[in-house]
Design a protein around this ligand. Structure first.
Ligand code: SME
Length: 170
């Protein structure tokens, strides 16, 4: 298994790292249709590639709530300290990404109105919407950092490409 996980030089750029993780995910997940397995494996390979990330994981669209006319996310596979279990689309950075179907880059979470502090050590955050092959929102992918301003357009492009490659194919 570990044979398919690429080793990158210490000076690899973020975009090279994202491309390498995307290649590894394609290889590891080939033929695996289970969405939880795909999410857990995505969290695993990304956190191995970016060890400085503080919290990394998915909040999944709750299909039961959706059928009752409510828009709510429920926590999915993640790596990090205890995450909030549920987030309404009306709340937080995750809610904004789900509502607007658009990546949110927050350089200072303390300046973001409505930010949900699952862990006060988080200082910056990126949340990427995740779509299936039909363009339906299935989840958001959330990364938190203890550093301020940890995420930029390179992270957005890299993570959006990975989410598309892993989840817009089923
Ligand atoms: N900060 C997020 C909540 C999720 S945690 O960071 C794990 C938000 O404001 O939506």
């Amino acid at each position: 298994m570990s044979a398919v996980i690429s080793t990158l030089p210490d000076d690899a750029s973020k975009s090279e790292t994202y491309q390498s993780v995307m290649r590894d995910l394609k290889a590891v997940l080939d033929g695996e249709g289970n969405r939880v397995a795909r999410m857990a494996t995505t969290v695993c390979l990304l956190t191995q590639a970016f060890p400085a990330w503080f919290w990394t994981g998915f909040y999944v669209v709750d299909e039961v709530k959706k059928s009752q006319g409510e828009d709510e996310l429920v926590v999915g596979p993640y790596n990090g300290t205890l995450g909030c279990l549920r987030i309404a689309f009306s709340r937080g950075v995750c809610g904004a990404a789900a509502r607007e179907r658009k990546t949110q880059i927050v350089p200072d979470v303390h300046a973001f109105p409505g930010h949900i502090a699952c862990d006060s050590r988080s200082n910056s955050e990126i949340v990427v919407p995740v779509f299936d092959a039909n363009g339906s929102l299935i989840a958001v992918f959330d990364v938190d950092s203890e550093a301020l301003g940890a995420f930029d357009a390179e992270d957005r492009d890299g993570l959006e490409a990975i989410m598309k490659s892993v989840f817009a194919t089923d």
